[in-house]
Design a protein around this ligand. Structure first.
Ligand SMILES: Cc1ncc(COP(=O)(O)O)c(C=O)c1O
Length: 482
């Protein structure tokens, strides 16, 4: 359909900059066509491809019932309705920025403070990344990004801005550590290709690895970007999902260390409430920049992606309730830790290992290399198709995260209830048992010849990218052919 439109529409509208043909998104569509429900569709696909944090919603719901004034559409809050409905200043409600600044500090153990004037609102971290890319680089220039990385970065930083992402290749042999050597090598390769490097993008804690960057690595990153005089964008949206040692260290702590030389104009943090609070639907994101010129430009651009004032009002009230937020953050981490423990244990019983240093995030980075027929990305796709079609689990293959080695898969564990997790584990165990039965090679051969052909409209796709898929409506989005 799009090819008919090529002369009619812009290159952006007809191109594939959005990246919707990646397996990362195909798996979501597979789920959408046949979603699991314990009673209504017990043989459906279980969604394990969505990094959502749904484990502590009961606490939020309780708070909402006790604080009706914060929701202006209630008897308790309607008196504020008019003022909120007409407010549209792109600086945001002062109480919102103050509350977010305090919350960011709390999540970082109050070891650092944040100035509300350096905060710019955006439509989630997604909007924050794009706005920063617009502010920091011209089309054609590049940002270095350690692999594996969150597939959405390709859309967020590249699509509409015309900038490029250049991989810093990290490897399993040292648990995907971001080494100085890997950074240097990527920088050199970009130079050889005549690409101007404007910055480095890091994600700490990492999606998909579920690990944190240690202090030494962060210091070496800060030294690297200062020596090259390039920007550093730190996506810290999983900051409060760190449920085990070692603790999370924010870049804001490193640049305040006495012995670290840093031009702070180069440092920018991306944050949102999508993961730590579990609110991707609210689209609350922020840029926190130490560079006044970036703050000023980003604020002007933020007109394209403001957070609704109604949401600001609610969030300001919730985040300012110190007792509640303190309790919520502790409880949420405890529940994540338990889920992580149960799920890792279940996988180990099935003979599956995960990245061992994992202590954060809403997912595990599974090592399925031993299940590959050969160590290629083609074999990874064969296995992935089999997991979706036979085991009926939507997990995401490492290739969609630009992983340099085939055989790694990300599996999300915090977007479902305990029963669904147990069902997923029993399917995985059954699947692994099959490994010992001779039929496996034959099954793989069958899946090598199959492809998942996906048809999906862009608007529907965007909806999918945002939707809480536990409640996703059913629509036939996928056709699997032999
Ligand atoms: C590392 C990372 N950055 C950004 C985003 C987008 O977050 P938001 O929903 O706040 O736009 C995600 C979502 O999964 C993510 O994992």
């Amino acid at each position: 359909m799009l090819s008919n439109q090529e002369n009619l529409l812009s290159k952006m509208a007809t191109g594939n900059g959005h990246g919707e043909d990646s397996p990362y998104f195909d798996g979501w569509k597979a789920y959408d066509s046949n979603p699991y429900h314990s009673k209504k569709n017990p043989h459906g696909v279980i969604q394990m491809g969505l990094a959502e944090n749904q484990l502590s919603f009961d606490l939020i719901e309780e708070w909402l019932l006790d604080n009706q004034k914060a929701s202006i559409c209630t008897n308790g809050g309607v008196s504020e309705f008019k003022d909120i409905a007409i407010f549209q200043d792109y600086h945001g409600l002062p109480e919102f920025r103050n509350a977010v600044a305090k919350f960011m500090a709390k999540v970082r153990g109050n070891r650092v403070t944040f100035n509300p004037d350096n905060i710019v609102m955006s439509g989630g971290a997604t909007g924050a990344h794009e706005t920063l890319a617009f502010c920091l680089a011209d089309p054609g220039a590049a940002f270095l990004v350690p692999t594996p990385y969150y597939p959405g970065f390709d859309r967020d930083l590249r699509w509409r801005t015309g900038i490029q992402l250049f991989p810093v290749v990290c490897e399993s042999s040292n648990d995907f550590k971001v080494t100085r050597e890997a950074l240097e090598a990527a920088y050199e390769r970009a130079q050889e290709a005549n690409i101007k490097v404007k910055g480095l993008l890091i994600n700490n804690p990492s999606n998909p690895l579920g690990i944190v960057l240690d202090r030494e690595t962060l210091r070496s990153i800060v030294t690297f970007i200062n020596e090259r005089n390039i920007h550093l964008v730190c996506d810290e949206i999983y900051a409060s999902t760190v449920f085990n040692q070692p603790n999370f260290v924010s870049i804001s702590e490193i640049i305040e260390e006495d012995n670290v030389q840093c031009n702070r104009d180069l440092v920018h943090i991306v944050y949102s409430l999508s993961k730590d609070m579990g609110f991707p639907g609210f689209r609350v994101g922020v840029i926190y920049s130490y560079n006044k010129a970036v703050v000023s430009c980003a604020r002007k651009m933020s007109s394209f992606g403001l957070v609704s004032t109604q949401t600001q009002y609610l969030i300001a009230a919730m985040l300012s309730d110190q007792e509640f937020i303190g309790r919520f953050l502790v409880e949420s981490r405890m529940r994540l830790a338990k889920r992580h423990r149960d799920f890792t244990w279940g996988l180990s019983q099935a003979g599956i290992k995960c990245l061992k240093s994992s202590n954060a995030g809403l997912f595990l980075w599974m090592d399925l290399r031993k299940l590959l027929e050969d160590q290629t990305f083609e074999a990874e796709m064969v296995l992935w198709r089999m997991i979706i079609k036979k085991v009926k689990l939507n997990v995401s293959p490492g290739s969609s995260f630009h992983c340099s080695e085939p055989g790694w898969f990300r599996v999300c564990f915090a977007n479902m209830d305990d029963k669904t997790m147990q069902e997923a584990l029993s399917r995985i165990k059954e699947f692994m048992l099959l490994q010992n039965v001779g039929s496996m090679a034959q099954t793989k051969r069958m899946f090598r010849q199959q492809s998942l052909i996906v048809s999906c409209s862009s608007s529907r796709f965007d909806e999918l990218m945002r939707s809480p898929c536990l409640r996703s409506p059913q629509s036939p989005l996928i056709r699997a052919t032999n």
